[in-house]
Write a protein that binds this ligand. Sequence first.
Ligand code: HEM
Length: 490
Amino acid sequence: MGSLVLLFIGFCLILFLLRVQRKKNFPPGPYVFPIFGNLLQLNLTNPVPDLQKLSGQYGKIFSFYIGSRPVVVLNGVQVIKEALLKKSVEFAGRPQDLLVSHLTENKGVILADYGPSWREHRRFSLMTLRNFGLGKQSMEERILGETQHISAYLDRSAGKSMDPQHLFHKATSNIICAIIFGSRYEYENEFFLAMINKMQENAKLTNGPWAMLYDSLPVLRYLPLPFQRIFQNYHSVVEHVSGIVTQHNVTQVAGEMRDLIDCYQKEMEKQGDSNSSFDKSQMIGLLMDLLFAGTDTTSNTLRFAFLYLMTHPHVQERCQKEIDQVLGEKPQASFEDRHRMPYTQAMIHEAQRVANTVPLSVFHTTTKDTQLMGYDIPKGTLIIPNLSSVLNEESQWKFPHDFNPSNFLNDEGEFVKPEAFMPFSLGPRMCLGEGLARMELFLILVTLLRRFHFFWPEDGGVPDYTPVFGVTQAPKPYRLGFRLRGRQGV
Ligand code: HEM
């Protein structure tokens, strides 16, 4: 009995020594348990509803703990704008010691910390994506080219139904491949399928409980646990991408810029060796970032858009009427046409709002000690901009809980974009693929709506809009019914 009491006292003492307490004037939040912090209080398969509840309890800015690491969650348009726009530099860092940071070795853009290398690579990527130097073929032509492949693929099965996940995934991945590697892959290409599978598996694993364990208990990191698979997948894609870069050196023609790799090589030569952040390992990091960030995001948004279009036939018909009217006999749509399609524009933005594709953005950190809404936040604190809280914020939307393009239309039927529309986040770390993604969504949706009618198949069960949480959120698998429309513009 005596030893049991001693054991109990010892246990309590350990818990006492390991206890974590919030610093004075740190954002409030739930009681923090030793070792796991608040992890066991959150549903890790989808923490968004729990974060929403905590915000209701503790306010628009609150904190919780991953192990002993404090995390501050920003909710609602006002707080997120205050941090990411008004205090943009203070909130522009990225964590450097999470699994994903170890994976990418902080190369490239997405997970690089705020500093010269990130700034130079971001500027280079934006310039290149904006067509300064991407050769003869414009971004629009590359997207339209891939759209023709999607159309041709659907043509062969018109009148039937299919799960669109793989098709959209391959198409958006191909668009980014065309931009960075200068070539697309056939949809059945073995390497292409393996690369997509590895990236999808990593998207799932980096978001699961093993990644959380890696982040909260560093002692486990070197053990042969399932998170080692993430490293294997990543390095296998890196190996292939390195091979493509080496091949480029052989086939490159002086002065001809075929793709982003050629532009990067030119930039490396221009900068020379003098303190340049441009080198081969950074190039591979950037290519991996663009491949990863440019695929799931757009393809999951398309999947959500078609789920809602099938189950809201009146919205689909109204878009088709507008598209037919504006395009007339034109062989294909152009991005410029969006200015004459307010309803279709509103539908696409509404699809992005409900898709809520990157619900918790990419984690930020504070680059110096700072203050937000009266709270003190020390340098290096992990920050989660809860974009989901803004895209569904009741005070910001006419119909926050429905799929309704009127959220983006004024009384005159003109397209308007409320300030709470921030699926690409805000500030200096804002998505650098926004322009590309918007062009893809418009050209793909308009081309397909013009050619096909989409319907919920009879054997499709009951539509379920509940998202599957992830770094990028997806709809549950569903079947897309489609048939050719009476008039065929494409
Ligand atoms: C609908 C599609 C997309 C959505 C909703 C989306 C959303 C986001 C979000 C929320 C972030 C985090 C911003 C932050 O940290 O505050 C981000 C970052 C980023 N996105 Fe996207 N994205 C999309 C498509 C793309 C595409 C097509 C590309 C490829 C060109 C891309 C490349 C990037 C990169 C490189 C970053 C990191 C930027 C930085 O850290 O400076 N994204 N995106």
